[in-house]
Ligand binder design. Structure first.
Ligand SMILES: [Zn+2]
Length: 344
């Protein structure tokens, strides 16, 4: 989804010139941060009978209500992200050998590796998933975030050029197993309070436990409380071998949730056409897609990028992040960014 005035604001800043436009970029970006975009717009959801398999936005809304300071932090993260992306798109800004041409400025971080701690919290033997199931999930994350997944070749011509290698990898740093009598943990972060994250400044913490309510998973966005930082995923939707359940049995729930953890929004912006996902190259839509949509699926007068990991389609029918999403994810690792502490 995109807002046309976002593109226009950036373009206007770019046209000012190479030397003295930093201030203009900042002003343009500041003007377009609308904090109402940080809330789920339930009127659209209810009218469409939307069911929510991912509760990341609901959890964010709860955290914003509970903690007024988070509001400012989220604003600052958003501001820094948009400033980075706007500067990245400026012609002739760095890059060394493009002669001042229009090549976007790459960041200099190269491939970013994220070490992962997995907390398996189980109330029965099925939920005590195997090491092989955990390994399969790490493999899926590495394939999807490096565009090494074979199904990306299914992308239609309209979207194939936008499919991105995010240059982010994942390595399993450790697995913790906890037997518990709790059979359903919900989304109030009780599992994190009971089994706290380990060094969340430098590691992605993942809790694999039954959530209940038909919820596959939820993530915390960058900028939130470190004590609750990470991703929660139900065991039957984690990995692609062992105790897994179709049609979410290819590890893409975690690809989606880690997308949130790295600051991506749902591709329809959690509202109607005008609601934004803060990414310029993803088309507007007014709600999630489900199942395995045929192409083209038209909403808001454009073809939906239904195959994007940040939609709600079946695992077998999502297979790409866009270049705009890549820039947004990588922005939080830049110097001063919300997850810069993970770079060492
Ligand atoms: Zn989600």
């Amino acid at each position: 989804m995109k807002r046309i005035f976002l593109s226009l604001a950036v373009a206007a800043a770019v046209l000012v010139g190479c030397q003295d436009n930093e201030k203009n970029v900042e002003l343009a970006q500041e003007q377009i941060i609308d904090m109402s975009d940080f809330y789920v717009h339930t009127d659209a959801d209810q009218s469409r009978g939307v069911s929510e398999s991912c509760h990341s936005m609901r959890v964010l809304n709860r955290q914003l209500k509970e903690n007024p300071e988070l509001y400012k932090k989220m604003y600052d993260v958003e501001y820094a992200t948009r400033k980075f992306i706007a500067a990245k798109g400026k012609p002739g800004n760095g890059g060394g050998n493009n002669g001042g041409g229009s090549e976007p400025t790459p960041d200099n971080l190269g491939v970013i590796n994220i070490p992962v701690y997995v907390h398996v919290v189980y109330s029965n033997s099925n939920e005590n998933i195997s090491d092989a199931q955990i390994a399969s999930q790490i493999s899926v994350l590495n394939e999807d975030f490096r565009k090494q997944n074979s199904d990306v070749s299914n992308a239609p011509a309209e979207f194939a050029p936008l499919a991105a290698d995010s240059e982010i990898t994942f390595s399993l740093a450790g697995t913790f197993r906890y037997a518990s009598s709790t059979t359903s943990w919900g989304t109030n972060d009780a599992v994190k309070a009971t089994y706290p994250p380990v060094t969340p400044e430098t590691h992605l913490n993942v809790w694999v436990c039954n959530i209940g309510g038909g919820i596959l998973g939820y993530a915390q966005f960058p900028g939130g409380n470190l004590a609750t930082d990470g991703v929660v995923c139900a065991p039957q939707f984690f990995g692609k071998t062992g105790y897994v359940q179709a049609p979410f049995n290819k590890g893409r729930t975690m690809t989606h949730e880690v997308g949130h953890y790295l600051n991506l929004r749902h591709i329809w912006g959690d509202g109607r056409c005008k609601q934004d996902d803060f990414v310029a190259d993803t088309p507007s839509s007014d709600g999630p897609n489900y199942g395995c949509p045929t192409y083209p699926t038209v909403n808001c007068r454009t073809n939906d990028m239904t195959m994007n990991y940040m939609d709600y389609v079946d695992d077998a029918c999502m297979y790409m992040f866009s270049e705009g999403q890549k820039s947004r994810m990588r922005a939080i690792f830049q110097s001063g960014g919300a997850r810069a502490s993970m770079i060492n």
